[in-house]
Design a protein around this ligand. Structure first.
Ligand code: ZN
Ligand code: ZN
Length: 353
C-alpha cells in the first residue's frame, strides 16, 4: 500500500490532510523543496511557488503540482483545491502549526472543519520499509568507513575541530549527501559533555576521544558513536569503557519485537547503576532514526512503546564524569522479525590509537 493510501486509511472519510512538516512531506511524496502537501481522497497535490515547480514534478510522480499566483497564498490555494473536490474537512499537523499559523489557516479557509492529524504520518514513519532500510544501511556503511579513516587521522596534537572537519569531509567524499547532524568530537575532560561542540583543544597522549556522527544518504540518517583511546588510558577510564560496552551490548542484544522500550532502557541503566555510575548516565538509552535524526520510538524509561519489526533505533549508553571525561558507544539497529541487527559494523572493542 502506498504511504498516502495508508495515511488516508487512518483518517475519517472525506477528509484531506495538509502537511507543513518537510520530513512528513518528503516521506509521503519524495518532495524536498518548499511548500505544502495536500493529500485527500482522489487528491495528491504539491502546493509550491515558481522556483520549485520543475523539481516537484520530477520528484513526485502521481502528484499534481500547483504554483501560487499573485495575491493567493499557499493556504488559499489549498482551500480552492478542497472546494473544487468537495472536501469539507481538513486534518492539520497539530504538533507543527503555531497558534498564529492556525489563525491564518482558519481565515483563509472559511467553511472548512479542522481536526488534528494527531501524529499519523509520524506513526507511519516509525516502521521502515525495505527501501528506507537500504538507505539507512548505506548511510551507516558510509559512517563506518569514515570511522576507519578517522582512526588513522587522530593523533596527539590534532585539535577536535581538525578531526571533525576531516571526518565530515570524508563522509561527503564517500557519497553522503550531507551530515545527519553536527559531528561531535570530545577529547579528554571534554568527554563529560554529551553534546560537546568540537573546539581548539589539542588531543593528548592518554586521552579518550568520543566521536558521535552520521552520514545522510537519500534523505535518511545514520547515527553512530565510538570512543577511542590515544595512547594508554588510565585504569579508571578503561574500566568505564568496559562498563559502557557491557551496557551497550546487553541492551542491544535484548532488542526484539514485543520488547518494551522502557525495558531496553532499564537493561542499560541497571548495568551502569550497579557499577556505581548511575548518576553519570543522564540521558535516555536511544531513539528512533530515519528522515529525522531523533524520531519515534524513544528508548527511554518513560516510553511504554512496544518494539515492532521495521523500527530503527539507536542504543547509546554513556558515562560522563565531570573533570575526568566520558565514554559513549552507539549503534543504529533495526528490529527484525526475530530480534535485532546492528547496522553499524565498526568494532566496539576499545581501540588504542
Ligand atoms: Zn549519535
Ligand atoms: Zn543518537
Amino acid at each position: 500500500m502506498k504511504r498516502t493510501d495508508k495515511l488516508l486509511a487512518a483518517m475519517p472519510e472525506n477528509t484531506a490532510a495538509l502537511l507543513h512538516n518537510p520530513s512528513n512531506i518528503f516521506y509521503l511524496s519524495g518532495y524536498t523543496g518548499e511548500g505544502l502537501l495536500l493529500v485527500g481522497p482522489e487528491m495528491r497535490a504539491v502546493i509550491t511557488d515558481f522556483r520549485y515547480v520543475e523539481a516537484a514534478q520530477k520528484q513526485c510522480p502521481g502528484f499534481a503540482v500547483h504554483a501560487i499566483r499573485a495575491g493567493v497564498s499557499h493556504v488559499q490555494l489549498a482551500h480552492e483545491l478542497l472546494q473544487n473536490a468537495g472536501i469539507g474537512r481538513l486534518a492539520i499537523e497539530d504538533n507543527v502549526i503555531t497558534v498564529r499559523g492556525m489563525r491564518e489557516i482558519e481565515k483563509a479557509m472559511p467553511g472548512i472543519e479542522f481536526i488534528p492529524l494527531d501524529f499519523k504520518p509520524e506513526k507511519l514513519r516509525e516502521v521502515k520499509d525495505d527501501d528506507e532500510l537500504s538507505r539507512i544501511e548505506r548511510a551507516c556503511d558510509i559512517t563506518c568507513q569514515a570511522f576507519e579513516y578517522i582512526c588513522g587521522f587522530i593523533a596527539p596534537g590534532r585539535t577536535e575541530r581538525e578531526v571533525q572537519l576531516a571526518l565530515d569531509y570524508k563522509m561527503l567524499q564517500l557519497g553522503a549527501e550531507g551530515l545527519a547532524f553536527d559531528t561531535i568530537v570530545a577529547s579528554g575532560e571534554n568527554g563529560s559533555l554529551p553534546h560537546a561542540v568540537p573546539g581548539e583543544r589539542e588531543i593528548r597522549e592518554g586521552d579518550m576521544v568520543t566521536i558521535d556522527f552520521g552520514a545522510r544518504f537519500e534523505g535518511y540518517d545514520a547515527d553512530m558513536t565510538r570512543t577511542v583511546a590515544v595512547g594508554q588510558p588510565s585504569e579508571k577510564m578503561r574500566r568505564i569503557y568496559e562498563i559502557v560496552l557491557h551496557a551497550q551490548e546487553t541492551a542491544q542484544a535484548a532488542i526484539a519485537p514485543g520488547m518494551k522500550c522502557s525495558d531496553i532502557d532499564k537493561i542499560a541503566r541497571d548495568i551502569i547503576t550497579e557499577a556505581g555510575y548511575g548518576d553519570c548516565f543522564g540521558h535516555s538509552t536511544g531513539h528512533g532514526v530515519g528522515i529525522d535524526i531523533h524520531e519515534e520510538p524513544r528508548v527511554s524509561s518513560r516510553s511504554q512503546q512496544i518494539l515492532t519489526p521495521g523500527n530503527i533505533v539507536t542504543v547509546e549508553p554513556g558515562i560522563y564524569v565531570p573533570g575526568l571525561g566520558g565514554v559513549r558507544i552507539e549503534n543504529t539497529c533495526v528490529v527484525t522479525e526475530t530480534g535485532v541487527r546492528a547496522l553499524c559494523g565498526a568494532s566496539k572493542e576499545l581501540r588504542i590509537l
